[in-house]
Ligand binder design. Sequence first.
Ligand SMILES: Nc1ncnc2c1ncn2[C@@H]1O[C@H](COP(=O)(O)OP(=O)(O)OP(=O)(O)O)[C@@H](O)[C@H]1O
Ligand SMILES: [Mg+2]
Length: 221
Amino acid sequence: MIEIKNLGKTYHIGNIPVYAVKDVSFKVKKGEFLGLTGKSGAGKSTLLYQMGLIDQPSHGEVIIDGIQTSNLTPEQRSQMRLNTLGYIFQDYALLPDLTAAENIALPLIMQGTSYKIALAKAYEKLQLVNLQGRKDNLPSELSGGEQQRVAICRAIVTNPKILFADEPTANLDTENGLNILQIFTKLHKMGQTIVMISHEAEYIKFVDRVITLKDGLIIKS
Ligand SMILES: Nc1ncnc2c1ncn2[C@@H]1O[C@H](COP(=O)(O)OP(=O)(O)OP(=O)(O)O)[C@@H](O)[C@H]1O
Ligand SMILES: [Mg+2]
């Protein structure tokens, strides 16, 4: 599903290079639930951004579903992000003026689905995470755990081939964190390919395989 070959990302602060990811190669199989772990600053988020086509690597290749992504135009990259990839971040990133159901419907509307059908599909996803009673609530009326469940619905409503999650439980207490991981497990059992960053051992045990990064390199996989 994803192949990463000799990937590296160097940031520059003024003239000083920061080698965030140095040289990383691995594959993610279809349907796999992969965990990325490692200490703060190890390069986890940087690697996820390159894999998720949010950013472009300094060198190396990201091949998604057989497509060599470095050959894509910016327009093709954004189409791929919208149509085949899903993202979940630690801060939920919901739009404050839209209801829960509207937030979830938005990617479908951007794809050209009518408002009515998009809202109906959003409601189906809310049922999957047990939030059907909160469809008309604004994000500010929801708890952190509930907002993250809405963010998961938004990420999966387009049936992405790959779901990327960067520390999805970082702002949640243990109970809500476990609830999010149970939802991920349910999606995984339904065949969803997932790449999740976590540095908490209690959450990393839910995944099929763990890759550990240190100083921009894989030290364990
Ligand atoms: N935009 C940027 N410009 C310059 N340096 C950056 C930038 N983003 C990240 N870095 C640096 O790259 C390195 C890897 O950062 P990254 O955010 O990938 O780590 P991480 O493993 O996700 O850490 P955390 O667990 O704290 O989220 C760090 O040294 C960081 O300071
Ligand atoms: Mg990070």
